[in-house]
Design a protein around this ligand. Structure first.
Ligand code: AQP
Length: 334
């Protein structure tokens, strides 16, 4: 089986964008691949973070991976910082990565502007850490959204540069990963503005629906979300980004085709559609929330999952790290 690697940062509440853009897709495709899925807590400190929340956010995210349906038969779940090879390989790769490759990353430029003077070396280095995450596991495929395409290209460039400089031509040390682009993946937009993505870091909680929101919160958020005064709901109207987003959410939760939803909703007004979306969303999240409750009632269980995950991940990661060190010429005791 081909190996897939991915992760989400424990930087706040997991929302529908994370579900439909990442975790839900991992779950759908999991039996086809050998999956290594981690909680990206080293990435989480590339922006200023709250140390009183990091551990609990990490725990919640790992529990949600399981609650969303990841099956330990197909997936190894672990916490990035528990496998020290991630940090170590990052240092080694830093030293062979030209600075201007990192300065050219669009996400760095965008986030650096937002963070102003607080911008850390870690934010610049984020793509090298991501490169290490992927290359340590010799991953074949990495699920990427639009925003991560450039970083995956960089990963391939760094791996190719390493192999070129330090490996024999017929014995590459690092595998070049390919993007895994899934048709059914969706970009979920903010409830407050249909042109911006739903995001953990949006200061307004009303802009997103979190996987652990109560039915009351979901009702309230959908009631308050931005719409327009036009009757009859349609997909793909550039003048109506909110309408497109809400119909898409309904389509995804109801498991219906776009054509079915378009036909069902073409004559509806918001007063009729919103209760439908509320009901569908609440019903779809209920099993995830119940499973989450059950998992978190037994803290020992999740800890044991993460310990097993760490061991399995370490076995592969440490081997790659040893190969990289050997290729770089490090002295290793016999
Ligand atoms: N709105 C979204 N629609 C579809 N997919 C999304 N993802 C995030 N938002 C949407 C996907 O979820 C994964 C989470 O990656 P991350 O933890 O690295 O966070 P992120 O991409 O920076 O997005 P977040 O979760 O909203 O956090 P902030 O607010 O910090 O930007 C990725 O696979 C991402 O594509």
């Amino acid at each position: 089986k081909q190996r897939v690697l991915s992760g989400v940062q424990p930087t706040g509440n997991l929302h529908l964008g994370n579900y439909f853009g990442a975790i839900g897709n991992w779950v759908k495709g999991q039996s086809e691949y050998e999956n290594y899925l981690f909680v990206a807590d080293l990435h989480a400190i590339t922006a200023p973070h709250d140390p009183t929340k990091l551990a609990s956010d990490t725990y919640t995210l790992a529990a949600l991976y399981l609650a969303c349906g990841l099956d330990l038969q197909h997936s190894t779940i672990f916490v990035q910082s528990h496998v020290s090879a991630h940090s170590e390989l990052t240092w080694l790769l830093n030293c062979i990565t030209p600075l201007n490759w990192l300065e050219d990353m669009i996400q760095f430029k965008e986030k650096a502007v937002k963070q102003g003077e607080n911008v850390s070396v870690g934010l610049l280095d984020y793509p090298v850490l991501m490169t290490s995450d992927i290359l340590l596991y010799q991953a074949d495929k990495v699920p990427v959204g639009e925003d991560q395409k450039q970083h995956l290209e960089l990963t391939r460039d760094i791996a190719a540069r390493f192999n070129h400089l330090f490996a024999k031509p017929d014995q590459p040390v690092l595998k070049l990963p390919d993007p895994l682009i899934r048709k059914e993946g969706a970009r979920v937009m903010s409830l407050a503005d249909g042109t911006r993505k739903m995001s953990k870091s949006d200061p307004s909680d009303l802009s997103r629906i979190n996987l652990l929101d109560s039915p009351e919160q979901i009702q309230y958020k959908i009631k308050r979300c931005k719409t327009d005064p036009i009757r009859g709901l349609t997909f793909d109207d550039p003048e109506r980004p909110e309408c497109n987003n809400l119909l898409t959410l309904y389509m995804l939760f109801a498991g219906k085709s776009k054509e079915e939803v378009a036909a069902e909703c073409q004559d509806m007004g918001w007063g009729q559609f919103k209760p439908l979306l509320m009901e569908t969303t609440i019903a779809a999240l209920q099993p995830i929330q119940e499973k989450y409750q059950a998992i978190t009632e037994d803290k020992g269980y999740l800890d044991s999952v993460l310990r097993d995950g760490r061991e399995k991940a370490q076995a592969i990661a440490n081997q790659t790290l040893a190969d990289v060190k050997a290729a770089l010429g490090y002295y290793l005791p016999v």
